[in-house]
Design a binder for this molecule. Structure first.
Ligand SMILES: [Zn+2]
Ligand SMILES: [Zn+2]
Length: 419
């Protein structure tokens, strides 16, 4: 009987002890883990970012472990990140048939933002010693990295890559590479970085990799036709259709590119307020297009009845109507650069196309070389005035996106990070 009681007592004691120990251990472990998480946050070992949740839903601002520094790249601390309209399309259009993403289940958790300016924080261990970047440098990120393997990517023309699967290999476009809606960005290759110096404010520099680059590359495409017109007539006319973010940047950059030549910039828009900003940035003339007017009326207004034809048109809207008006407004030897993606068909009379020797271009962003040229241009020209910017903190990103959706922004929306 005594043996029985002893056995029962020993069993009860062992059970109680084991339970107590397990409880204590679990409590200690949980406390230690919480302390470790706090320490990691306090020591900057996590990042804060805004990630997609569901299509059409607000982004979720959250913390994540800091990523490892890419061997051949760098870890950046973000200073400023532009919020591009295409990000809103990414968030809102996932459910639409024929959208560009088609991500399905992998939509969730994407950290967008492809207009990034940051400070080099850590350099990867396999970055060559002769790399000109140093910790503390202010840089912008060329996000259009492509697949890194095809002929276009090998020739540093990765914006022409045909293997990007809707941009998933680019930075901040929904693939594995986290974008600028984050306090830190791991840039996989150091060659994607372009240093910016004091001549270009970082809050402006962040807009160069998409908005500025698209504007500059479009001007570069139209440049031979404009220079030919200057040789023939002593002056050239460039029509900019649509003066949103990229259109206003184009107005500014044309004045930087052709500072010593007689190239007039004429801006057309249906929005009078946007035309005012274009005029303030150096547009030589602005034309308010009547939304209800037919193409004949638009062409007559724009060319002053044919007395003031265009030598190049950059179309940031991209409808059948704007493309038709662009073509009919051109001098012989003119160029059309199509950038806007509104949609529609371009049906141009082949006889006129040939007879007028018109050049047709489509332009999607540009190469990393063109981005470097743009940085050099702005560094030397130092414009006194840049297009308007409205700033938001990361916690306010959803109100920035809503304002962009409603057209309530005063200029481009830019995320500002505390350093
Ligand atoms: Zn963009
Ligand atoms: Zn490629």
């Amino acid at each position: 009987m005594d043996e029985c009681i002893d056995g029962w007592l020993a069993g009860w004691l062992a059970g109680w002890l084991a339970g107590w120990l397990a409880g204590w251990l679990a409590g200690w472990l949980a406390g230690w883990l919480a302390e470790l998480a706090g320490w990691l946050v306090a020591n900057g070992e996590t990042l804060r970012c805004a990630e997609t949740v569901e299509p059409l839903q607000p982004l979720n601002v959250t913390s994540r472990p800091l990523p490892e520094v890419p061997d051949e790249g760098v870890l950046l601390r973000t200073l400023y990140a532009g919020i591009c309209r295409s990000d809103v399309h990414f968030i809102d259009d996932e459910t639409k048939a024929g959208n560009n993403n088609g991500l399905g289940d992998s939509f969730k958790g994407a950290v967008l933002g492809h207009e990034i300016c940051g400070i080099v924080d850590v350099i990867g261990k396999e970055v060559p010693a002769d790399c000109p970047l140093k910790v503390g440098y202010t840089v912008i990120v060329y996000p259009w990295r492509g697949c890194r393997q095809c002929e276009a990517c090998s020739a540093n023309e990765s914006h022409l890559c045909e293997n990007t699967a809707g941009g998933a290999t680019d930075i901040g476009r929904g693939g594995e590479h986290v974008g600028g809606y984050s306090t830190h960005v791991a840039v996989p290759e150091w060659t994607l970085l372009v240093r910016v110096r004091e001549a270009i404010p970082p809050q402006i520099a962040c807009l160069l990799p998409c908005c500025g680059l698209t504007a500059f590359a479009s001007i570069t495409k139209a440049r031979p036709n404009l220079e030919c017109a200057v040789r023939m007539r002593g002056r050239a006319n460039l029509l900019v259709i649509g003066t949103g973010g990229v259109g206003t940047w184009t107005t500014l950059l044309v004045k930087c590119v052709f500072c010593d030549k007689n190239v007039n910039v004429i801006c057309a828009d249906v929005n009078a307020a946007r035309l005012e900003e274009a005029a303030a940035l150096g547009a030589d003339d602005v034309i308010e297009w009547d939304d209800a007017a037919d193409v004949d009326e638009i062409v007559a207004t724009t060319t002053m009845g044919g007395y003031n034809k265009m030598d190049a048109v950059i179309d940031f809207v991209g409808t059948t109507r704007t493309q038709t008006a662009a073509f009919r407004s051109l001098h012989h030897g003119g160029a059309i650069v199509a950038v806007g993606l509104y949609g529609g068909q371009v049906a141009l009379p082949v006889r006129s196309l040939v007879a007028k020797s018109v050049t047709l271009h489509g332009q999607r962003v540009g190469s990393v070389h063109v981005l470097r040229e743009l940085v050099d241009l702005l560094s030397s020209q130092r414009p006194q005035k840049y297009p308007m910017v409205e700033y938001f903190g990361l916690d306010d990103i959803n109100s920035a996106l809503d304002k962009l959706r409603k057209g309530d922004l005063k200029g481009r929306a830019v995320l500002q990070f505390s350093t």
